[in-house]
Design a protein around this ligand. Structure first.
Ligand SMILES: *Cc1c(COP(=O)(O)O)cnc(C)c1O
Length: 383
């Protein structure tokens, strides 16, 4: 019989360097551990929408009669509704099982072992995760102190083919044999900083010989508008959006990409036929029939974000970063952010804690309902 080691040797060799996944405790488990009923937990750690799905979503899900039938592989109805919503022809739109699935597709379509992506940390973790799954390398061009993208650093690195000096580092650099970057991942508003990427910067980056993936998971919360329609005039731009944040259905897994025309035929051949399940598309369609209600929820969250930011700024040991998203990143000064996270958790308030380059001693707080903000602030002022 073959041994485990022999079997392990059959694995794709580039998978051996993957980092271990840090599991997130399910909400119910945490509620039991803390001895606090789930409905009393103030969950501000994952940028979910505290108002949840629109009432029309629950109704549509309850009434839908065809769960025993496979989904439409082309998602035609959903793509038409998305086209009206985004203002881009349906021929450019591909729904996915969350924006996350589309990030994975993009990496699998473009990267072979030895290819690279350009990443702009601190940012969302899935870009480097998906690139490494493909054996891709990650070139980190660190954001500046104010979390803006180091556009010159990216331009200089590409020009020189050398990433050692261009980065505003705290990073060592990756490149054993100068891999060729193919994809630049950008996030606007950025997670976890909430930073907007200016039009001029995006235009300069689009002039580079790279596929630019602009992740707009939080764009509904921003004051400047989405750049989804730029895909129609830029052949190297992909824009990703999601129903997880503004539309409040993170658990149902529904996102979509706006892709240039030349890439669509390959995507159609490549994608899993039934990637988007029926419940997700029923919920997505119901949400899109009531975009006025989504806008109303988003407006509530935006004004709550502005109140949260102002209140956090008045707490002496916190330095909140201005945000265009539904969360606020805070640097913690003169005390330990990890300890602060734990003290909040004991009171049933969950926030995200970071302690890594660019995010040392930080917490990120998602925008909740006003009464949740009040509970958070009361504890923060007491600590
Ligand atoms: C939450 C998030 C996503 C994931 O969206 P899903 O549609 O839930 O997969 C993508 N990008 C960023 C930056 C996010 O924070």
């Amino acid at each position: 019989m073959a041994s485990d080691v022999q079997m392990q040797n059959l694995l794709n060799p580039h998978l051996s360097g993957l980092e271990e996944y840090t599991p997130i405790q399910p909400f119910e488990v945490l509620s039991r551990r803390l001895g606090i009923p789930a409905e009393q937990i103030v969950k501000l750690d994952a940028n979910e929408n505290p108002y949840g799905p629109l009432p029309a979503v629950a109704e549509a899900l309850a009434e839908y009669p065809y769960y025993h039938i496979y989904p439409d592989p082309q998602q035609s109805e959903l793509r038409e509704a998305l086209s009206d919503f985004v203002g881009v022809p349906a021929a450019h739109i591909l729904p996915g099982q969350g924006a996350d699935e589309l990030l994975d597709y993009i990496c699998r379509l473009f990267l072979s072992p030895g290819d690279a992506i350009i990443n702009t940390p601190p940012t969302f973790g899935m870009y480097s995760f998906d690139a490494k799954l493909q054996g891709g390398q990650v070139i980190d061009v660190w954001r500046r102190e104010d979390y803006s993208v180091d556009v010159e650093g990216i331009e200089r690195g590409l020009e020189a083919g050398d990433w050692g000096s261009g980065t505003a580092a705290p990073s060592p650099l990756p490149t054993p044999q100068s891999p060729v970057p193919k994809i630049l991942f950008l996030t606007s508003p950025n997670n976890p900083s909430g930073t907007w990427l200016a039009d001029d910067d995006l235009r300069r980056l689009l002039a580079l010989p790279l596929l630019v993936v602009l992740d707009e998971a939080y764009v509904e919360f921003a004051n400047p508008p989405s750049r989804a329609d730029w895909v129609l005039t830029h052949d190297n731009l992909v824009v990703l959006r999601t129903f997880s944040k503004a539309a409040g259905i993170a658990g149902l897994r529904l996102g979509y990409g706006i892709f240039p025309a030349w890439l669509m035929p390959t995507l159609w051949k490549f994608k899993q036929p039934y990637n988007v399940n029926v419940a997700a598309s029923v919920a997505g369609l119901a949400s899109l029939r009531h975009t006025d209600q989504i806008v109303a929820v988003v407006e509530k969250l935006k004004s709550e974000r502005d109140r949260l930011y102002a209140e956090l700024a008045a707490i002496p040991y916190l330095r909140p970063n201005p945000s265009e998203a539904n969360f606020v990143l805070c640097r913690v000064e003169g005390r330990d952010a990890g300890g602060l996270k734990q003290s909040l958790e004991r009171q049933g308030i969950l926030v995200r804690y970071y302690n890594k380059p660019g995010l040392d001693n930080c917490i990120r707080i998602s925008v909740g309902r006003p009464e949740q903000t009040d509970r958070l602030l009361a504890v923060l002022r007491m600590l």
